[in-house]
Structures are given as C-alpha cells and as structure tokens.
Write a protein that binds this ligand. Structure first.
Ligand code: SPV
Ligand code: MG
Length: 271
C-alpha cells in the first residue's frame, strides 16, 4: 500500500538480521536501507549444514525466525517452499502468521523438494494449476487477518515453459485470491522476467497486485530498472550467507597458515 519499491534482504540468523537491520547507504540526497527480511529455505538449510530439501522442517524454520524477531523490528517474508501437503499447509500458515511473519511465498511445485537454481537441473515437477489454486484457497481460509499476505511463486520459466504458461498461472492464482506474484527465473539474463513484467503490468485490473523478483542469476540488473519494469519488491535471496562462507573459509585457513591470529586482526570485526 505504501507504493514504495521494497528491497528485501536474506537473513538466516539473529546476527545477520541485526546487521541487515542496521545497514544503510547514504548518497547525495538519499538514505537507502532495507525494507524487510527474507527467510530463505536455501540459506536456513545451509546455516544448519543441510541441503535445501525440506530436511530442515517447518518448526525449526519458525524457531529460527522467532530468534530473529527477538532482536529486530523489520517485517519478514518467509520462503514457505511449496507449502507442503495442503492439510499441513492449513495448520502451518497459522503458526507463521501468529509469529508475526508478514507474508509467505509458496512455489507451484510438488513432491520432493529441490532448489530451483540447482546446476544439475531441477527435476521437481510443477504443480497443476487446479491443485495450486486449491492450496491458495485453503491458505486464504486459514489466514487470521487480511494483513497477512500469501504470494504465489511461478516456476514456469525455471522449467523452460513458455511465457504464456507463466501468465496463465498468474491469472489463475490471482483469481484464487493470492496477494502477490513472484516470477522466478534461473536465466543469466533478466530478459524473461522483464518480458513477464511487461505483459503482467498491461493487465490494468492487477495494478495493485505486487510483483516480486529474485535476481540471483541475473544479478547484473539494477534495482531501479526492476522498479521501472513494474516490479514492487526485489529479494536479494542468499547474499549474506554467500558473503559469510568465503570470509569464514579465508580466516580459518589464515590462522593455520600463520600459526597465530595477529595477521588477520584487521580483516575481522573487533571484539
Ligand atoms: C530461497 O532463497 O531458498 C529460494 C530462492 O527459494 S532460490 O533459492 O533462488 O530458488
Ligand atoms: Mg527456497
């Protein structure tokens, strides 16, 4: 409702969330900051040393978010994977809303979970439109308030299906009552999500439906271009985790190399 273009950053632990909450960047006339957090299935799993395949169960994911909420104030969008079995989704969505999560994103996939960006090629099938619409309706029935948003994530482009399939799904999901659309892509170019946004924004009756993107593979595109294309939310979905991994690898190696920590004091945070 703010009409603002929202920048959302992945957080996977209380300390990563405190850092994200307190990060800002001042340029000549603006003070830029993150509007909220993304709880990523990928980085929550990695933070627990596990693959992104739902072996980290929903109660552990919610516990993690609860610890983040203990020490931060920004709103959070939770990656809810496919939402799981519809009867479990009906229960879990209430737990998410009660905890204070602002929105969940459910992806239109079914069966054993695989990360959409896996380089081996994602073998997880897409859910049928009919079944996914059913799930959206169950979600809406189990909302406690209308402030809580359910966003549908469309995987058609990930599966190399045509734009028409993605658009057909967007329309069906919105008709089933979803509050926003995330179009996902693993292309190295932003072109396909830009084409989708252009078509989607031509539908005037969906003016107020937020459009979301996750530019992990097409990272060359600037935020203002996504805004101009009609997106309302950008999610930087894994970058605090990905920045911490090489930092930890480097420092742990240097301690072995030097046999002391003196050489790296300037590379790390003060005590
Ligand atoms: C995640 O962050 O876990 C996501 C986005 O689902 S992606 O990994 O890009 O599919
Ligand atoms: Mg995920």
């Amino acid at each position: 409702n703010s009409g603002k273009f929202l920048k959302i950053i992945e957080v996977h632990s209380p300390i990563s969330a405190i850092i994200a909450e307190n990060t800002n960047y001042k340029n000549s006339n603006k003070n830029i900051f993150y509007d909220g957090f993304w709880s990523s299935s990928l980085t929550d799993s990695i933070n627990n040393g596990k693959p992104d395949n739902e072996s980290l169960d929903i109660s552990k994911r919610l516990e993690n978010i609860s610890r983040i909420f203990d020490v931060t104030t920004k709103p959070l969008i939770m990656d809810f994977d496919s939402g799981g079995r519809t009867e479990h989704f009906a229960v879990n969505i209430k737990s998410a809303e009660r905890m204070g999560i602002s929105a969940i994103i459910i992806e239109d996939k079914k069966g054993a979970k695989q990360n959409s960006l896996t380089e081996k090629g994602n073998k997880q099938p897409q859910e049928s439109i009919m079944q996914f619409c059913k799930k959206i309706k169950v979600g809406n029935k189990n909302k406690l308030t209308n402030d809580f948003m359910i966003i549908a994530r469309i995987e058609s482009l990930i599966m190399s299906k045509p734009q028409s399939d993605a658009m057909k799904r967007a329309v069906a999901y919105i008709k089933s009552g979803v509050d926003g659309i995330m179009i996902h892509s693993k292309s190295k170019s932003p072109d396909e999500v830009l084409i989708f946004a252009k078509k989607f924004r031509k539908i005037k009756e969906y003016d107020r439906i937020p459009l979301i993107c996750v530019p992990s593979t097409y990272s060359q595109i600037h935020d203002y271009k996504l805004k101009k294309a009609g997106f309302n939310i950008v999610i930087y979905a894994n970058h605090l985790m990905r920045s911490s991994v090489p930092a930890m690898e480097k420092i742990s190696k240097l301690i072995l190399k030097y046999g002391r920590t003196y050489e790296l004091e300037k590379k790390i945070a003060s005590i």
